[in-house]
Design a protein. Structure first.
Length: 348
């Protein structure tokens, strides 16, 4: 992979998306690698201009790349859900990103709101299912706009979909020193879906006798994230629970500006997509206030995914060193200055 140029599709998106993506690309450039970047004009501006979210022809072009770097989508000027479903979720679903990989890690030097918590206490890998659950879009509305309106939003869980993500999570757990996997769900109430998830984890666990397996209801898991984060190593969970607990994970591990993610298609049949966990943050867009670190760490995940482990470690180390030096001084730098500092370290 390293010998030829990497074809990278870039979807900067909305709000702070373009600001943080610029810094992610700056860090990639600092590695001195051959990267063919194709920028895609997708997001609120295109929707206003053309009414399009993700035309089929653009999706077909994006498929021809090795990976995708995405900033964030969503804008207050566009009805909620239009871009989130029509662009972001469409990319995840069409490219079959069934693993949404979200490390939750407290880096040395980073302040956590949790008392007496050391970096070794917060080191988890959340494996969130990416193509099913309540995000699948099943449901509908009856008698809309009347006092008798009924809205349903169903959670789709298939044996195939659950098993493949659970297997992926076990593989991840097997590679980590603690070898522990926790299923997070709500199987005491969501009895149909929860039962499928629990039975699947039990069945796959039989093939991994060295892995300690446990279970936490999602409500209790949110409490443990704050009170005993050291309980968790690898977490496997559904699309919605994974979305929610990883914002909480970001908060306990130093803030949403540090949380990275990868939407992975482990089969390699389509490009995987890397993006910060955060959204388009319209409240700070255009002000140079966004922390680009989450995007830069997502670039490290992208490099790792492409088999460029040395380059990935270089980027991650540059971020780790920057975080130690930062010591709470984030507000003193703009988005661009933070990107410059990290890129300089990468360039060495
Ligand atoms: N993957 C994506 O494209 C996502 C898109 N969204 C969309 O983004 C829009 C805003 O959603 P919100 O719920 O407000 O979530 P958000 O993550 O954009 O912002 C939540 C809070 O975190 C802050 N924040 C986010 N990223 C930051 C960064 N890099 N540095 C410093 N502060 C940061 C924001 O200023 C805001 O106060 C909505 O349209 C939403 O649908 C939300 C989450 C993910
Ligand atoms: C905007 C949503 C579709 C997704 C989201 O919040 C996320 O993936 O973290
Ligand atoms: Mg989210």
């Amino acid at each position: 992979m390293a010998s030829r140029s990497i074809r990278l599709a870039v979807v900067a998106g909305d709000g702070i998306g373009p600001e943080v993506v610029a810094e992610g690309l700056k860090v990639l450039d600092a590695l001195g690698m051959k990267i063919e970047q194709t920028p895609y004009d997708l997001g609120a501006a295109r929707w206003h201009r053309t009414g399009e979210t993700l035309p089929d022809s653009v999706l077909a072009e994006i498929r021809q790349h090795d990976a995708i770097l995405l900033g964030a989508v969503g804008d207050p000027s566009v009805p909620s859900g239009v871009l989130e479903r029509g662009l972001l979720l469409r990319l995840r679903f069409e490219l079959d990103h069934f693993v949404n990989l979200r490390p939750v890690r407290l880096y040395p030097g980073v302040e956590t709101p949790l008392a007496d918590t050391r970096p070794e206490d917060i080191d988890m890998l959340v494996v969130r299912e990416g193509t099913e659950g309540p995000y699948a879009g099943a449901g509908g509305v009856l008698r809309k706009g009347t006092p008798q309106e009924v809205a349903t939003q169903e959670s789709l869980n298939t044996a195939f979909g659950v098993e493949r993500v659970v297997r992926y999570a076990f593989e991840q757990a097997a590679r980590r020193p603690r070898k522990k996997l926790t299923l997070v769900h709500k199987n005491n109430v969501l009895t149909y879906a929860g039962d499928l998830w629990s039975r699947t984890v039990d069945a796959v666990a039989a093939e991994y006798p060295d892995i300690e397996v446990d279970y936490s209801h999602v409500d209790a898991a949110t409490m443990f994230f704050v009170s005993q984060p050291e309980r968790f190593d690898v977490i496997v969970t559904d699309n919605l629970f994974g979305d929610i607990i990883t914002d909480l994970g970001a908060a306990v591990a130093g803030g949403i500006g540090l949380a990275a993610s990868g939407n992975i298609n482990p089969t390699g049949a389509a490009p995987s997509m890397f993006e910060p966990v955060h959204g388009s943050a319209p409240d700070i867009a255009g002000q140079g206030k966004a922390d680009p670190t989450a995007t830069i760490l997502s670039v490290a995940l992208l490099l790792d995914h492409l088999g460029l482990a040395d380059e990935a470690r270089k980027v991650e180390q540059a971020v780790a060193d920057d975080l130690i030096e930062r010591q709470g001084a984030w507000a003193a730098r703009s988005t661009r200055e933070a990107g410059d500092d990290i890129a300089e370290r990468v360039a060495g």
